[in-house]
Design a binder for this molecule. Structure first.
Ligand SMILES: *[C@@H]1O[C@H](CO)[C@@H](O)[C@H](O)[C@H]1NC(C)=O
Ligand SMILES: *[C@@H]1O[C@H](CO)[C@@H](O)[C@H](O)[C@H]1NC(C)=O
Ligand SMILES: *[C@@H]1O[C@H](CO)[C@@H](O)[C@H](O)[C@H]1NC(C)=O
Ligand SMILES: *[C@@H]1O[C@H](CO)[C@@H](O)[C@H](O)[C@H]1NC(C)=O
Ligand SMILES: *[C@@H]1O[C@H](CO)[C@@H](O)[C@H](O)[C@H]1NC(C)=O
Length: 619
């Protein structure tokens, strides 16, 4: 059958062409210019025809489909059909992949699983023999979307000083069909090629699979503003009846540009700088990348100070470090005006100088003015302290009418209100010189004391030089000094005197400037002979015991005298009276012994008498 169709074909063609040149064509054929389809989909290519001369409607129509060769213009039949048979030609690209359906009005070719090689022309030939014949064509267009574009920015910095455009980024879109396009954007604005400013280099690769891969390189002349610019690429490609785009993510570039402006400032410490501080000066410019800086002082421009990067560290500044500091970038191509400057002022406070120095001797009643000065770069404030209390303000201290209280250490403290860390102090020791001055309200002291008791007499004297104290005691042999103390400007002496009779004591405080005397007079009070005022509780207890003993003795003696008188043996005489007096005085001695004997014994005795222990306390 196939061989028959093949044999018949040239004959038919001959007839068709014979009629075709002389007779008006009677077949009207209608095909799409092109049919567009995605790779892998099925393509349907319709071919509609009609016979214009309805009278001679053919009973026999031959339909054939051809494809154009890939490399050359020759055609290959892929299908044959007539009233009797439908046949897909074997051994073509389309054997097993096509299907043709026909009806009265037309035929349609279905290509399944479209490949890239299917991008070609398909011919539909209709032959109604005497009724006429015709042919039409449709270009099958195949589309495959490329992968999303991959952009890669240039990692290294790009200098604005480059004369020609430099590579900024590259972009690749792989495996598209047909060939996709790549468009570049800067901050979402498309970049058009411009000589000397924008170059786009395109490399199109046809993969063995038939796909197109496009690589685009953007060369761009960067300016300083581009440091913040974003570059992106966009791939555009045809799809059936449309153009689609996919945008890449964006990249930025590192733009290198020279420094045109530099700033220098004090980073630390905050506020005012004082001697001894560590000072940090930081330099910053607008260049990129940040250039190294050199630091100098204005008065010595040729001496480079040792710095750490953009920081100059002055470890412990002194007033000599005050001045103007400068920093210069090393990338400014020797432009001398590109520099940063800062004025550093190092404040100081010198040690305080106090006049008079160290110590000063004043005479009692004199006046003195002391001064305290400390040189500073800032305003200072001075206070004077004595024994921790403020006694003056300002750098002079006036001392009027010096007394011994005026003596002492005067400290002046100098501080700087605007820089509290700065402070210093100095001191002067004031010594007030003068004759002795006895402490106490009276210079004559009157005392009364029981005979036999010890009395302490105290004498304190101020003075410079330190007074020495001597005692002159009349009326007692039994005295001794129990306290002898001396402080810086006061002497203190206590003597303990046994009162045996009326005593008069003189305390004589003297130094090279004079002498002063304090008098004590002690009236001795006899102890037992005056029992009436029972003021000393201990004494009264003893006296009661004595009286009771005496009364008992008297009663006993009375009864003896009465007995003897009754017998007439003894006359009333003086001997008895004498005995009584003797006894009394003997008892008195016992009392004195008890007292000097010790507190314990006395206390026991008292308890036995009146049961009141408190009465034992000495008055
Ligand atoms: C044209 O290409 C086809 C394959 O596509 C090949 O078979 C044929 O020989 C070629 N014809 C010429 C004239 O090159
Ligand atoms: C690609 O660029 C060419 C030339 O400018 C243009 O003719 C074509 O339509 C573009 N294709 C797409 C998919 O934008
Ligand atoms: C790009 O920009 C980002 C943020 O916008 C920034 O963090 C990054 O450092 C920039 N990269 C370059 C090379 O400028
Ligand atoms: C006298 O002073 C000394 C020493 O301070 C002291 O031990 C003594 O008890 C005092 N005597 C009297 C009677 O106050
Ligand atoms: C006190 O002592 C001084 C020096 O020892 C002496 O010159 C003076 O006469 C004495 N005064 C009296 C009242 O004893």
């Amino acid at each position: 059958m196939s061989s028959l169709a093949h044999g018949a074909l040239p004959l038919l063609f001959l007839c068709v062409s014979l009629f075709g040149c002389c007779v008006r064509a009677k077949v009207e054929l209608n095909m799409h210019e092109s049919v567009e389809v995605y790779l892998g989909d099925s393509a349907e290519i319709p071919c509609q025809y009609s016979f214009t001369d309805t009278d001679s409607k053919p009973s026999f129509v031959i339909i054939q489909w051809f494809v154009r060769g890939e490399q050359n213009a020759s055609r290959t039949r892929i299908f044959y059909g007539d009233g009797g048979q439908q046949m897909v030609d074997g051994a073509t690209d389309y054997s097993g992949r096509i299907e043709v359906t026909s009806d009265q009005r037309g035929t349609r070719l279905l290509v399944r699983d479209v490949r890239l090689s299917d991008e070609r022309e398909f011919f539909c030939q209709v032959n109604g023999l005497s009724a006429g014949n015709s042919e039409g064509r449709t270009h099958l267009r195949v589309f495959a979307a490329p992968q999303a574009p991959v952009i890669e920015g240039v990692a290294s910095g790009i200098s604005v000083t480059n004369e020609m455009p430099s590579k900024v980024a590259s972009c690749e879109a792989r495996n598209g069909f047909p060939k996709p396009n790549i468009t570049w954007y800067r901050n979402s604005q498309p970049l058009a090629s411009a000589p000397g400013q924008v170059n786009v280099l395109i490399l199109v690769t046809r993969e063995s699979s038939g796909f197109f891969s496009v690589q685009s390189t953007l060369e761009y002349r960067v300016a300083k503003e581009d440091k913040d610019a974003h570059f992106s690429c966009e791939v555009s490609f045809f799809v059936p009846r449309a153009i689609r785009t996919i945008e890449s993510h964006s990249v930025n570039v590192t733009v290198h540009y020279p420094t045109t402006m530099v700033e220098l400032w004090k980073e630390s410490p905050q506020g005012l700088v004082k001697e001894g501080d560590m000072v940090e000066l930081r330099c910053q410019g607008d260049g990129s990348p940040p250039p190294p800086f050199i630091f100098t002082r204005e008065q010595e421009p040729s001496v480079t100070l040792e710095s750490r990067g953009d920081v100059l560290i002055l470890p412990a500044v002194s007033r000599k470090d005050s001045g103007i500091y400068q920093c210069r970038p090393l990338d400014s191509d020797g432009q001398p005006d590109v520099k940063g400057e800062v004025q550093l002022t190092v404040h100081y406070l010198d040690p305080a100088v106090v006049v008079p120095r160290d110590s000063e001797v004043m005479q009692k009643g004199e006046d003195l003015t002391a001064t305290c000065n400390a040189l500073s770069s800032l305003k200072t404030s001075t206070v004077w302290l004595k024994d921790g209390e403020q006694v003056g303000q300002g750098n002079t201290l006036h001392l009027h009418d010096a007394s011994y209280d005026t003596s002492g250490e005067y400290e002046c403290e100098v501080s700087v209100p605007s820089l509290p860390a700065l402070r210093t102090s100095g001191a002067v020791h004031i010594i007030v010189q003068g004759g002795p001055q006895l402490v106490g309200p009276e210079d004559e002291v009157q005392l009364e004391e029981a005979t036999g008791r010890m009395v302490n007499l105290s004498c304190e004297a101020l003075g410079h030089p330190l007074p020495s104290i001597s005692w002159n005691i009349v009326g007692s042999q039994n005295w001794y000094e129990v306290v002898s103390r001396a402080s810086e400007r006061m002497a203190h002496s206590v003597v303990s005197v046994r009162v045996t009779a009326d005593v008069s004591a003189l305390c004589n405080a003297s130094n090279s400037m004079g002498a002063e005397v304090k008098a004590f007079s002690i009236k001795a009070i006899p102890r037992v002979t005056t029992p009436a005022p029972f003021s000393p509780a201990e004494g009264s207890g003893v006296i009661i015991v004595v009286i009771i003993l005496c009364l008992l003795l008297l009663a006993f003696l009375g009864s003896v005298v009465y007995f003897l008188h009754k017998k007439g043996k003894i006359p009333c005489g003086r001997s008895g009276k004498q005995e009584i007096t003797k006894e009394k005085s003997a008892k008195d001695d016992i009392v004195v012994e008890m007292k000097s004997g010790g507190q314990k014994e006395e206390a026991v005795l008292l308890k036995a008498v009146n049961g009141d222990q408190k009465a034992s306390s000495d008055q």
